[in-house]
Every structure is written in structure tokens, then in C-alpha cells.
Design a protein around this ligand. Structure first.
Ligand SMILES: NC(=O)C1=CN([C@@H]2O[C@H](COP(=O)(O)OP(=O)(O)OC[C@H]3O[C@@H](n4cnc5c(N)ncnc54)[C@H](O)[C@@H]3O)[C@@H](O)[C@H]2O)C=CC1
Ligand code: BAL
Length: 502
């Protein structure tokens, strides 16, 4: 059970904590080579929090060089997996010990409710690091079938120096999703946090040194996508990039790779995720609670947000009454108030984008909400559209706006659900087990939940079909596939040289 503090205690902590500001390279905080900085702002108040190093290509190059040195001399990549495990477990413990400080930092920098930071982001970050740490000395290599005179081994080796490019919606958790398996596998990493939310990544890098991670293994380069993300994506000495963010930026990383060293690229991108509710769904009140959680959790700033409610005609009105009742419990307010469920959107620029969709609602029916507050807050909003062609049904809004589409059959529901370029997540609510399973199979999405909304947990792969994903999966044992490559080693056991192995 998480021990929440009071709003007053969180506000006192916010005033007393030291915010990191410099990039973190080779075990030390360092300013950008250019000396430039940018302001990071509390989106809930508009007040500047601190000045962060505005790094560029020179800093990326320096960090990649340090990561390469660390990888090649084996100070991390070649130590026993159990020793890597111990360091990562210590890091998880240090994050747990500093949870209130990290939760406040995350909330101030991103606008997320402190309640979410304390009850989801921090515990899940700790759990993710522990899970990958515990896994790494339990994965065995393989021996392939071969004649008595040969042994064919298939071994996993760390891929090398990896670039980890993070989004702003779950700064700590996405860091953990990527450094957990990357570091456990023995890679050295250069992390590029989103410019909006660099602070907790920098603090975790510092804690990693305290945990005993050797210098140069975990580096953090702060700055913009153009100045840091692009040079990292194009760097000839980066072996692999794992990215989470928008589909447009993900696509750029494929170009960077093709134009440079053909580095491996794994992309986890956007979604316009359908939530299907059929006429025979049971317990509409619980269904409504899932719909609200799916649409409004983290202010809808979630790649797997259930942003399209596809509801069968017979149950539409009853369901929408209950969805509104639950949504009214999601109060908008100061993110440092532990009773608040809807905090600020991440930035004024993102607020402007999300609120522009409220204008689009003029040719649709606003069922609930539609108002904005305090410059960066948007109320939980439900908008009913005439069909799946509406802009609100097609574009990823990444805000607390749920688009409702009515359908008249199971087949129509599946067809509308799949009518999107995305394919990250989907849910289906029905009491008919055969239709539930048939639907789950027919939905083109990386994760399908039946009679619930969720992303699964650390033990199951997370990633998308179609333009939501490329190249691999986060979470689960499969996350290690991103950060390792397979090597085949054949041994000839004959006393004298035998035939060629073919
Ligand atoms: N997990 C997800 O699916 C996420 C989706 N988004 C979607 O993307 C929209 C835009 O948000 P952004 O912050 O602009 O996302 P983004 O995809 O541009 O940013 C993600 C990361 O890529 C970096 N980046 C940006 N431009 C780059 C470039 N040209 N080259 C290399 N790296 C670059 C950013 O600095 C950040 O670290 C949101 O409204 C939302 O719809 C945003 C964040 C997470
Ligand atoms: N929900 C975890 C992945 C993401 O939103 O970026």
C-alpha cells in the first residue's frame, strides 16, 4: 500500500528538493558543451522550475563515446549476470526509498496527479526494474540439434550501445521499460528524455551511480528532438535505438537508420484504441468504470488510452449515463492535491493541440465536459460522432476526450475498430465467450483485453500492430530480444578436422 502524504507535505517537498539541471555523462553531471540551457516549466502553474542543459550533437557524440568505451572494456557488458542483477535491484530499492521526492519531481515536471505518480508510476518503475533484474540470471542460452560430432550453441549477446528515446507521458516508467532490459542484458545506454520531462531521468541516473552502476553505462542527454534525438538516431556508433513517442517521429528514426549505419530500430508509437461494448455486456456499471479509466487515466495522455468507445445501439444510452456518472468522480485540479485525478496537460503547446479538438466538436454532440481550466487543464469530455470518419475518431488526441461511435452489430463493431492506421490496444465487453474470443482474434492490435481495460503487466509483451509499432516489444522476456542479438557458435568435436559444417 502506498503511503500518500498530504498536499501540504507535497508542497513543502516541492520547495525543498534539488532539481537536477545538467546532462549526465560518464558518471557525472555536465553542462552542454555549448553552455546553452532551456527552461523546464511546471505546466500546472506556468512557473519555470529550472534551467536544463540544452545539449547538441557534440554532447551526443561525447556520451556515445563514453558508452562505447564502457561497453567494449566489459565493465558492465561482461560481468556476471548476477552482478548486474544486484546493481539493478539496489537501484530499484533506491528509487523506492526516494519515492516521494521522485513523485513530486515527476508531478511538477509533467502535470501528472501526484496520486498517479505515487500509486502507479513509481511502484511500476520499481517493479519493472526488479523484474528484469531478476530475469537476467535465469535466461539460458540454447543448444541446437546437431550430430554427435558437433555442438551448435545459440548464445545471446548484448547489442552494444543503445539510444533510448523517451516520451513525456510516463517519463519514469518508460525509462524503466527501456533501461530495465537494456541494462540487464549488458548494453550501455544513452537516454534522451523528452525535453518537457527530463528531471526524473537525471535523478535516476544519479541514483544508478549510488547503486554501483559503472560510469559510462547510463548516460542522459537533455535537449530537443532536433538537437539531440536526431544526432542520436543518426550516430554511426549507436547499434540500436528504442523509441516511444508519436508515429511521425518514429518514422524519422527509420530514415536516420537507413541514412547512417542501419542500426536496429524498435518503435512504440501512438494509438486510437477502440473499446467495444456489445448489447450483451454484463454489469454496465463496472464496464463504465473501465471505459472511464481507459479514456481519462493520465489525462488521456496514454498511447493505449481507450479513446474510441464503439457501442452497440441497444446499450448506448444506459452505458453513457453510467460512464458520465463515473467520469464526474474524476476531479480536475492541482496535481499536488492527492485527491485530484485529472492534472494539467504536459505543456501549453499540447493543451492548445488538445483543446483545438473541442472546436472540431461543433459538428458532433458533446455529451459531457468540453471545458478547459487554468490554461492547461481539460475536463473529462465525451463527444458522440456520426461515424468513424470524423476527425475525432481518426486522430490521436492524447487528451481526456472520449469519442463515441454507435454501431448496430458485432461485425460492424469489429470493422469500425479495425478501421484505423493504428493497432496498439483494444478492448471488448460482452458476456458471450465465443464472440469475445472471436473478437479478440479479429481485432488488429498488439494487446486486447476482454471485459476489462488495461495494458497487461510486466510479464506480457507490449507493442503495436500497423503504424503503432515496429521491430519489437517492450515488457516481458521478449523485451530482451530488443537489446540482445543471437550468435551461433559451432564446435567440431572430431579429433582431426572434419567435414565443413553445412
Ligand atoms: N507513447 C506515445 O504513443 C506517445 C505519443 N505521443 C503523441 O505525439 C504527439 C506529439 O508529442 P511529442 O512530444 O511531439 O512526441 P514526439 O514523438 O515528437 O517525441 C517523443 C520523443 O522523440 C523526440 N523527438 C522529437 N522530434 C524528434 C526528431 N525530429 N528526431 C529525433 N527525436 C525527436 C522527443 O524529443 C521525445 O524525446 C502527442 O500529441 C501524442 O499524440 C507523444 C508522446 C508519447
Ligand atoms: N502506456 C505506456 C506507453 C505510453 O503511453 O507511451
Amino acid at each position: 500500500m502506498t503511503d500518500l502524504l498530504t498536499q501540504g507535505e507535497y508542497e513543502a517537498l516541492a520547495k525543498s528538493i534539488t532539481l537536477p539541471a545538467n546532462a549526465f555523462i560518464d558518471g557525472k553531471f555536465r553542462p552542454a558543451a555549448s553552455g546553452k540551457t532551456f527552461s523546464t516549466v511546471n505546466p500546472a502553474t506556468g512557473a519555470p522550475l529550472t534551467e536544463v542543459a540544452a545539449c547538441g550533437a557534440e554532447d551526443v557524440d561525447f556520451a556515445v563515446g563514453k558508452a562505447r568505451d564502457a561497453f567494449e572494456d566489459g565493465r558492465w557488458s561482461r560481468i556476471h549476470p548476477t552482478d548486474r542483477k544486484e546493481v539493478l535491484l539496489r537501484l530499484a530499492k533506491l528509487i523506492e526509498r526516494n519515492r516521494h521526492e521522485l513523485a513530486v519531481m515527476e508531478s511538477l515536471d509533467s502535470g501528472k496527479p501526484i496520486y498517479d505518480c505515487e500509486t502507479v508510476d513509481i511502484p511500476e518503475t520499481v517493479h519493472t526494474l526488479k523484474w528484469h533484474a531478476e530475469l537476467i540470471d535465469k535466461i539460458y542460452d540454447q543448444v541446437a540439434p546437431a550430430s554427435d560430432n558437433h555442438i551448435a550453441m545459440i548464445v545471446r549477446e548484448p547489442v552494444g550501445v543503445v539510444g533510448l528515446v523517451l516520451p513525456w507521458n510516463f517519463p519514469l516508467l518508460m525509462l524503466a521499460w527501456k533501461i530495465g532490459p537494456a541494462l540487464a542484458s549488458g548494453c550501455s545506454v544513452v537516454v534522451k528524455p523528452a525535453a518537457e520531462t527530463s528531471l526524473t531521468t537525471l535523478r535516476v541516473a544519479e541514483l544508478a551511480m549510488e547503486a554501483g552502476l559503472p560510469a559510462g553505462v547510463l548516460n542522459v542527454i537533455t535537449g530537443s528532438g532536433a538537437e539531440v534525438g536526431e544526432p542520436l538516431g543518426r550516430h554511426a556508433d549507436v547499434d540500436m535505438v528504442s523509441f516511444t513517442g508519436s508515429t511521425a517521429t518514429g518514422r524519422r528514426f527509420l530514415h536516420y537508420s537507413a541514412d547512417s549505419n542501419l542500426k536496429e530500430v524498435v518503435l512504440e508509437m501512438g494509438g486510437k484504441n477502440p473499446c467495444i461494448v456489445l448489447d450483451d455486456a454484463e454489469d454496465l456499471d463496472t464496464v463504465a468504470a473501465h471505459v472511464v479509466q481507459g479514456a481519462f487515466w493520465n489525462m488521456g495522455e496514454n498511447c493505449s488510452a481507450a479513446s474510441r468507445l464503439i457501442v452497440q445501439k441497444g446499450v448506448r444510452d444506459a452505458l453513457l449515463d453510467k460512464v458520465q456518472a463515473h467520469a464526474r468522480e474524476w476531479n480536475v485540479g492541482n496535481p499536488l492535491d492527492p485527491s485530484v485525478r485529472i492534472g494539467a496537460l504536459v505543456s501549453k503547446a499540447h493543451f492548445d493541440k488538445v483543446s483545438s479538438y473541442l472546436e472540431t466538436a461543433k459538428d458532433a454532440k458533446v455529451v459531457m465536459g468540453g471545458k478547459t481550466h487554468d490554461g492547461t487543464h481539460v475536463e473529462p469530455t465525451i463527444i458522440s460522432v456520426s461515424g468513424n470518419d470524423h476527425k475525432l475518431a481518426r486522430e490521436e488526441i492524447f487528451g481526456p476526450i472520449l469519442t463515441v461511435i454507435e454501431v448496430d452489430s458485432f461485425e460492424a463493431a469489429i470493422s469500425v475498430a479495425n478501421d484505423t492506421d493504428y493497432g496498439l490496444a483494444a478492448s471488448i465487453f460482452t458476456a458471450n465467450a465465443k464472440r469475445a474470443l472471436r473478437g479478440a482474434r479479429m481485432l488488429r492490435a498488439g494487446t486486447v483485453t476482454v471485459n476489462s481495460f488495461g495494458e497487461g503487466d510486466i510479464s506480457t509483451p507490449f507493442g503495436g500492430y500497423k503504424q503503432s509499432g515496429f521491430g519489437g516489444r517492450d515488457n516481458s522476456v521478449h523485451a530482451h530480444d530488443q537489446y540482445t542479438q543471437l550468435k551461433t557458435i559451432w564446435l567440431d568435436l572430431n579429433d582431426t578436422a572434419g567435414d565443413a559444417i553445412d
